[in-house]
Design a protein around this ligand. Structure first.
Ligand SMILES: Nc1ncnc2c1ncn2[C@@H]1O[C@H](COP(=O)(O)OP(=O)(O)O)[C@@H](O)[C@H]1O
Ligand SMILES: Nc1ccn([C@@H]2O[C@H](COP(=O)(O)O)[C@@H](O)[C@H]2O)c(=O)n1
Length: 220
């Protein structure tokens, strides 16, 4: 069954444009996603964070959940993410999960998410799974040096995600860095565009916006 929001619908008979923004942790993915969203805010557009699709771990204790490798593809419920993107392509609503970084678990509540003309999907592991990769109309890799990324991550995880300096460093060395080298960096080759240094690269963002607008024009 199709599902509509009261908002304007510009490409009624078309599948949504799916923009994937990937790159290492702290590279600036969310910042780039927000900049694109802000520049196209008059359109029927939304952001989906891949983080919302971390697997539910309610069967584990908090202590056990701290030991999960959150940078491995198996940490994500990729089947649910793909199912949701397919539903949105078919103009169906989804119940989008939400994630609690402090508890290392999915939240109980979900949000009803309506189909959009443009969806920005943002996350560390968008290009590793061929089926997901093939669904993306535009694939962007935000490329930022690892020393800059770890500094950003330390600040963010302590401030927003309830972590200690020691836990961020331990996690980075034991799982984040090895998984980045194994699953994130090698998939850069699949990107259509590589944006150096993330969110404040206005030239790259303007080029992206022009591309999205030209796809919209083709489809209306
Ligand atoms: N080009 C940039 N220069 C300086 N700081 C940036 C830049 N891009 C992002 N940041 C900052 O770095 C932090 C991480 O950025 P974010 O977009 O959340 O990264 P990601 O989503 O890849 O983890 C945020 O505090 C953000 O404001
Ligand atoms: N319980 C969790 C879940 C994920 N992480 C880390 O989040 C990173 C991905 O988010 P970004 O915004 O940084 O792209 C990823 O590197 C995981 O290590 C976590 O620490 N705890």
């Amino acid at each position: 069954m199709t599902c509509f929001e009261k908002k304007g619908w510009i490409m009624m008979n078309h599948k949504p444009i799916l923009i994937g923004i990937t790159g290492g942790t702290g590279s600036g993915k969310s910042t780039v996603a927000q900049a694109i969203y802000d520049s196209l805010s008059e359109k029927n557009i939304a952001i989906i964070e891949q983080d919302a699709y971390y697997k539910d771990q309610s069967h584990l204790t908090f202590e056990e959940r701290t030991k999960t490798n959150y940078d491995h593809p198996l940490a994500f419920d990729m089947d649910l993410l793909i199912e949701h993107l397919e539903k949105l392509s078919n103009k169906q609503c989804i119940e989008k999960p939400a994630y609690d970084f402090e508890n290392h678990n999915r939240k109980k509540e979900t949000t009803t998410f309506y189909p959009k003309d443009i969806i920005i999907l943002e996350g560390i592991l968008l290009l590793d799974e061929p089926k997901l990769r093939d669904m993306l109309d535009i694939k962007i890799f935000v490329d930022t040096d690892s020393d800059v990324r770890i500094i950003r991550r330390i600040l963010r995880d302590i401030e927003d995600r309830g972590r200690s300096l020691e836990s961020v460093i331990d996690q980075y060395l034991s799982t984040v860095r090895p998984a980045h080298l194994q699953f994130v960096e090698p998939n850069k080759k699949y990107a259509d565009i590589i944006i150096p240094e993330g969110g404040f690269n206005q030239v790259a963002i303007d080029i992206m916006i022009a591309k999205v607008k030209s796809i919209v024009q083709e489809r209306v």
